[in-house]
Ligand binder design. Structure first.
Ligand SMILES: Cc1cc2nc3c(=O)[nH]c(=O)nc-3n(C[C@H](O)[C@H](O)[C@H](O)COP(=O)(O)OP(=O)(O)OC[C@H]3O[C@@H](n4cnc5c(N)ncnc54)[C@H](O)[C@@H]3O)c2cc1C
Length: 323
């Protein structure tokens, strides 16, 4: 039986592993894909908003040429190297499907995502670092499940000369609108606000969107409310009136939320913000022995979560010592 099972090998699962190693714990990290699978699924060539030093983990320097903000590719290379140098015990392609409380500790049931073989791991404590990337919010309208309605994209070139309606008023939607417009897609950007300036875009994203709006490469639809999606068009109401927009793709980038399938059956309650409840100091959930960290908690930025994961590891080490 291990002291600790860390579920998820994203940046914070890896940071947790480094802390656990330094605390002398017997632990394993289980990951449904490869390390940093969530980042692997980010758009190709995407650049982080944070500087490299805010994405660094374990105290390992993260130099970038000319102090540029890292791209997805550079960040993946960095996290891979850190995981290798630390020789972290990560079992990749192991999706945890159930955490079962036992008389002592937990039985953690995983399934291999390559060939389906089940494995059960025994552990005294669990630290859940599964992030929020795995579950994108969907529009609650007819047609939202049609195959041309996407909740993420990889290569903008897929949309070359296609008509794309992007739904969302955050950075991901703004950035997608810019990148798709630059890949010669015909882009409509549907936001719920009366003005683009009222959306949650970072200033540089707003400027780039506005530039393309002036050039008529992005068509904004404000106060937009999607009513129905059909295979060849979207019916929506917006400040400009009621429209039936002919489109090839709908890209809904309206936020991410945690997958509840692991924690809810275990009895971990979720708050009104959709995040699991936990102690803000120790990161322990109301289920004794089950801790969480990273984007799954309320720590959305890596530089915040990487510091606080140390608190969870400290609390776990104390628990194991019986303090
Ligand atoms: C487009 C984009 C840009 C961003 N830019 C920034 C930025 O500039 N600065 C910043 O600080 N943050 C940024 N973020 C947020 C940042 O990426 C996250 O905060 C960070 O990845 C969280 O790390 P994590 O380890 O908690 O979760 P994740 O990185 O999501 O990792 C979770 C891991 O758990 C695995 N997993 C999930 N379920 C299971 C399961 N059942 N069994 C086993 N494994 C499982 C997943 O495969 C994944 O590898 C950005 C996010 C996005 C989407």
């Amino acid at each position: 039986m291990s002291d600790l099972l860390i579920i998820g090998a994203g940046p914070i699962g890896l940071a947790a592993g480094i802390e656990a190693k330094r605390a002398g714990l017997q632990f394993l990290i289980l990951e449904a894909g490869t390390i940093c699978q969530s980042l692997v699924e980010y758009p190709i060539g995407m650049r982080f908003y944070s500087p490299a030093d805010e994405l660094a983990i374990g105290g390992y320097p993260f130099p970038t040429p000319h102090d540029e903000k890292p791209t997805r590719e550079i960040a993946l290379n960095y996290y891979r190297k850190v995981a290798s140098v630390e020789n972290l015990p990560v079992r990749t392609y192991q999706r945890v499907v159930r955490i079962e409380p036992q008389a002592e500790g937990f039985a953690v049931h995983a399934v291999c995502t390559l060939h389906g073989a089940p494995t059960t791991y025994r552990t005294r404590c669990v630290l859940v670092c599964t992030g929020v990337w795995g579950k994108a919010r969907r529009l609650q309208v007819e047609g939202a499940e049609l195959p041309h309605v996407l909740t993420r994209y990889d290569e903008p070139i897929r949309f070359w000369r296609k008509r794309v309606l992007i739904v969302g008023a955050g950075n991901s939607a703004g950035e997608a609108a810019i990148r798709l417009a630059d890949a010669d897609a015909q882009v409509w950007l549907a936001v719920d606000q009366p003005r683009l300036e009222q959306c949650k875009f970072r200033p540089f994203i707003l400027r780039e969107v506005q530039l393309r709006v002036e050039e008529k490469r992005i068509m904004p639809l404000t106060e937009a409310h999607i009513r129905r999606i059909q295979p060849d068009c979207v019916e929506l109401r917006c400040a400009e009136g009621v429209e039936s927009l002919p489109v090839d793709f709908v890209l809904t980038l309206i936020g991410l939320e945690p997958d509840r399938n692991l924690l809810e059956p275990l009895g971990v309650p979720f708050g009104d913000d959709g995040k699991p409840i936990h102690d803000p100091d120790t990161y322990e959930t109301p289920v004794r022995g089950v801790f969480l960290a990273g984007a799954l908690s309320r720590d959305g930025f890596i530089y915040i979560a990487r510091e606080r994961v140390g608190r969870a590891i400290e609390a776990i080490a104390q628990r194991l010592r019986g303090d």
